[in-house]
Structure formats: structure tokens, C-alpha cells
Design a protein around this ligand. Structure first.
Ligand code: DQA
Length: 149
């Protein structure tokens, strides 16, 4: 049975490439997802990717993820710092969650230093650009392959 991973990107991440390139780089979301797909293939993981700008939709996606996937990678964008509702949805999941941020949120404004998503995540990767998604896939491959969940 293939190990299935869901990668969720939250608000404004569909604007990568043009959005504050000095912070987020020049890669588009498509570029980032292609890179993640290549890594997933090499790790023999099945990867599905979704992006949403809507908090409620992200919550619905998280609710559904436990039934279909073995692991979740989440970049919740600005909802990271505001959404108790997304944290509560993540806390319902029995599959491991890896939180990813392209930028180093700890070198930025103070309001980005707190993450509700972290309170429900197995691990956090930030500041390494799109390579963070590759590292998250490697982490999940290790967690799911060797030790189950
Ligand atoms: C982000 C960091 C957040 O603070 C910001 O609101 C984003 C992107 C990142 O990937 O670095 O939208 O999650």
C-alpha cells in the first residue's frame, strides 16, 4: 500500500513568485510543488497537494485528511499565527503533521513568532525556502517507514 501524504498550502501562497520575492524567493507555487513531487517520488511516497485561501476550507481539508493520508505537511501562511480553529482541527488528527514555512518566522515581526500550528505538529521546518517541503517529506518517510505514526 502506498504511503500517502497531503501537502496543504494556505493563504497567499498561490501568489509565490510575485509575492515579496525578497522574502519568499522567485519560485512559483507550481515550481515548489514540482520540486516536492520529485522528492516524494524518490522517497516512494504518494503526494497530493492543495492550496486554499480560506480558513474554513483548510479546516474541512484537515478533517478529511485523517481518513485518506498517512501524513500531513502544512504551511498555513498567516493562519499559523491566528487560527485556533485550524489548531483544533489538527489536534483531531492521528496522523503526523509537519509544519513548514518558507521564511524564518523567528527573524521576522514578533507577531510571526507564535504558531498555533506548532502546538499540534510533530515537527517544524522554517527558513529554508522550498527545500523545507523536501525535508518534511524526508521526515515523514522516516517516521512512517520506521516507526509507524
Ligand atoms: C509563511 C510565513 C507566514 O508568517 C506568512 O504569513 C505566510 C508565509 C512562510 O511560508 O514563510 O504567508 O507561512
Amino acid at each position: 500500500m502506498p504511503v500517502k501524504i497531503l501537502l496543504v498550502n494556505g493563504p497567499n501562497l498561490n501568489q509565490l513568485g510575485t509575492r515579496e520575492p525578497e522574502i519568499y524567493g522567485h519560485e512559483t507555487l507550481d515550481d515548489v510543488l514540482k520540486r516536492a513531487q520529485t522528492a516524494a517520488k524518490a522517497l516512494k511516497l504518494t503526494l497530493e497537494c492543495v492550496q486554499s485561501n480560506h480558513e474554513g476550507e483548510i479546516i474541512d481539508i484537515i478533517h478529511g485528511a485523517g481518513k485518506k493520508y498517512h501524513g500531513l505537511i502544512l504551511n498555513a501562511g498567516a493562519y499559523t499565527h491566528t487560527s485556533i480553529a485550524i489548531m483544533d482541527a489538527l489536534l483531531l488528527l492521528k496522523i503526523p503533521v509537519i509544519e513548514v514555512h518558507l521564511s524564518n518566522i523567528f527573524r521576522r515581526e514578533e507577531f510571526r513568532h507564535h504558531s498555533y500550528v506548532s502546538l499540534a505538529s510533530k515537527g517544524v521546518i522554517c527558513g529554508l525556502g522550498s527545500h523545507g517541503y523536501v525535508l518534511a517529506l524526508e521526515a515523514l518517510a522516516g517516521l512512517l517507514g520506521k516507526h509507524g505514526q
